[in-house]
Design a protein around this ligand. Structure first.
Ligand SMILES: [Zn+2]
Length: 197
C-alpha cells in the first residue's frame, strides 16, 4: 500500500501574495509575461491563470484535451483556463520534454502518472543553480521517501517511474528538489524576490 494522502490537505490553498503583486516587486508588467506554463490541469495549479490572459499557455497535450471533456475528470478546472479552452487566448500543447526558451534554462519534464500529462519543471537559475519543481509528481516528503502513490493518481506505474526520473535528475544535476505541496521544501529556497536569482 502506498502512503495515504488526504486530498483536502493536498489541495489546501495557502496563497498570501498573488503573482501580479510578486511580479510588480520585480518590476515586471503582466503583459510582459509571454508563457504561462502549468504542471497539470488540476484547479489548485491553475488558480491565477486569468491574471495572464495575453500569455501563451503551455500544457501537455493530454491534460489540455481533458479540459474539454464532459464530465471533467477529478479536480480538473476549465473555468480558471476558459480563454485558452475556448480559443480566445493562445495555447501550445506539449508532448514529451519541452525546452521553453531553447537554452535549457527552463525545461518542462514529461513526468506522467498524477495526471496523464503531468510535467515537472527544471529551472537553471544563475546564482542558485538547478532547481527541480515537482509539480504533483510527488505531494509530500513522506510520500517521496516511501514511494507512495495517492489513490487519485491516474497511473501508479507511471507515477513510480516519474519519481525515479526526478530522483535521478536531482542527483545528476545536483539540483534542489522542491516538492511543491511541502512547506518545508518551499523554505529551501531563498525568499522572494531572491528566489528568482
Ligand atoms: Zn494535482
Amino acid at each position: 500500500m502506498g502512503a495515504k494522502v488526504d486530498p483536502s490537505a493536498a489541495f489546501g490553498p495557502t496563497l498570501k501574495v498573488d503573482l501580479p503583486t510578486q511580479l510588480a516587486q520585480l518590476g515586471v508588467k503582466l503583459d510582459q509575461i509571454k508563457y504561462l506554463g502549468l504542471s497539470h490541469n488540476h484547479f489548485d495549479h491553475t488558480g491565477q491563470a486569468l491574471s495572464f490572459p495575453k500569455a501563451t499557455l503551455l500544457m501537455e497535450a493530454a491534460d489540455f484535451a481533458a479540459l474539454k471533456s464532459d464530465p471533467l475528470p477529478f479536480a480538473v478546472s476549465a473555468t480558471t483556463l476558459q480563454p485558452w479552452v475556448d480559443g480566445t487566448a493562445k495555447a501550445e500543447t506539449v508532448r514529451g520534454d519541452h525546452d521553453v526558451f531553447g537554452d535549457a534554462s527552463v525545461v518542462m519534464l514529461a513526468t506522467p502518472g498524477h495526471t496523464e500529462g503531468e510535467a515537472a519543471l527544471l529551472v537553471r537559475l544563475p546564482k542558485t543553480g538547478a532547481v527541480l519543481l515537482s509539480g504533483d509528481v510527488v505531494h509530500f516528503s513522506e510520500q517521496w521517501a516511501k514511494r507512495g502513490v495517492p489513490t487519485f493518481n491516474k497511473s501508479r506505474a507511471d507515477t513510480s517511474a516519474s519519481m525515479d526520473r526526478l530522483q535521478a535528475m536531482a542527483k545528476e544535476l545536483k539540483a534542489i528538489l522542491i516538492i511543491q505541496h511541502e512547506p518545508a521544501d518551499i523554505a529551501k529556497l531563498p525568499s522572494f524576490p531572491a528566489s528568482a536569482q
